[in-house]
Design a protein around this ligand. Structure first.
Ligand code: AP5
Length: 210
């Protein structure tokens, strides 16, 4: 299956995608993760996008579309994939139709207040990128990654000004994709409020593993 995970920042797309990728044996392709890896490596792409991402704005459509087109052409994506964070604008969705067929767009439904609580409490491992939350998914030892022992940090775009901007950008540029895909009969709504295991169960009920 070729999935798109759609929803506001902090809805839990990345957390669920990491589990679904293992359970369904398909790659989790997060444009945000690709950009953050480029920033960490200080590559030309990373240097170009750092200030944009830190502020909560979107990277240009052209650059993002080329990156995803290339990633979806890799061998591991031929058996299915989860696109997390792409498309994020109507031009990106239109471009995606020219190089891939999407089976389902999973729409994560959650209120802004919950988003703010989730993002302001998120902590990410500097070494392996694993996500935690100070309240909902706390690491065993404060500030230390359970998976690899790396140091946990707060993303620059998880500061409150950037969160507010990201929610505005989501409403203006990304939320119109819900109607875009609903008209094509591809939207599957998921209640993103419960804990992750309950969301995973709902997902598995809607998309039984073959
Ligand atoms: P990206 O990394 O895609 O950020 P995002 O969409 O804002 O999504 P997040 O990673 O913030 O949230 P999420 O829904 O994955 O939530 P998570 O699972 O981590 O993009 C970053 C930036 O890159 C963009 O702002 C933009 O600049 C650029 N970019 C990326 N794609 C682009 C594109 N296509 N076009 C242009 N620019 C692009 O969960 C959040 C927190 O909540 C965690 O702490 C987690 O532990 C906790 N949590 C998760 N689920 C639950 C739950 N069920 N209950 C309680 N807590 C939970």
């Amino acid at each position: 299956m070729n999935f798109v995970f759609l929803g506001p920042p902090g809805a839990g797309k990345g957390t669920l995608a990491a589990k679904v990728a293992v359970d369904y044996d398909i790659p989790h392709i997060s444009t945000g993760d690709i950009f953050r890896a480029a920033i960490k490596a200080q590559s030309p792409l990373g240097l170009k996008v750092k200030a944009i991402i830190d502020s909560g704005a979107l990277v240009s459509d052209d650059l993002t579309i080329e990156l995803v087109k290339d990633r979806l052409s890799q061998p591991d994506a031929q058996k299915g994939f989860i696109l997390d964070g792409f498309p994020r604008t109507i031009p990106q969705a239109e471009a995606l139709e020219t190089f891939s067929d999407i089976d389902a767009v999973v729409n994560f439904d959650i209120a802004d207040e919950a988003v703010v609580e989730r993002l302001s409490g998120r902590r990410v491992c500097k070494a392996c990128g694993h996500n935690f939350h100070v309240k909902f998914m706390a690491p065993k030892q404060d500030g230390v990654c359970d998976a690899c022992g790396g140091e946990l940090y707060t993303r620059d775009d998880d500061k409150i000004e950037a969160i507010t901007h990201r929610l505005e950008v989501y409403r203006k540029q990304t939320a119109p994709l819900i109607d875009f895909y609903r008209e094509k009969g591809k939207i599957v709504d998921i209640d993103a409020r419960p804990e992750t295991t309950a969301i995973l169960q709902e997902f598995e009920g809607k998309f039984p593993r073959s």
